[in-house]
Design a protein. Structure first.
Length: 142
């Protein structure tokens, strides 16, 4: 089976919805599995946001709820331009996209998706903890 986040081969990390007790009609086996703890944690964060939204609103989000990309997402998109251009130049810039073979199209998609995901992971890791600010006049810790 494939990872629900990145579609790589899953390696046994899973998700269980513990909001409902065993035997409750809304509790059912879910085959959400992941390739790594990183993908599992990413899914859990998104899932928790969705659960909170549904509990608050009582309905599924609509297309009107889509927000503009954040600065981090825009930066990640911009970082995809160079790998996209490199992959396209390897295939041939004079060819129309509609003439690409499946493998060539997948090479473009892989270049963009891999770069975007890595840029978003780096941004997440960078912003995970606030910068540490030290007071110069503070007494030393013993």
């Amino acid at each position: 089976m494939k990872c629900w986040v990145c579609f790589r081969q899953a390696k046994g990390f899973g998700h269980v919805d513990l909001r409902f007790k065993v035997g409750h009609p809304k509790r059912y086996p879910i085959d959400w599995i992941f390739c790594s703890l990183r993908c599992q944690a990413c899914f859990h964060r998104l899932y928790a946001v969705g659960v909170r939204y549904l509990e608050r609103e009582g309905q599924l989000p609509t297309g009107a709820d889509v927000i503009d990309p954040s600065d981090a997402e825009l930066t990640a998109m911009q970082q995809c331009l160079k790998p996209l251009g490199e992959a396209a130049s390897e295939i041939g810039m004079d060819r129309a996209l509609s003439s690409y073979t499946q493998q060539e199209a997948l090479a473009l998609i892989n270049a963009v998706v891999t770069t975007y995901v890595e840029a978003m992971v780096q941004e997440h890791e960078r912003s995970k903890y606030p910068p540490v600010r030290m007071q110069l006049d503070a007494p030393p810790m013993n």
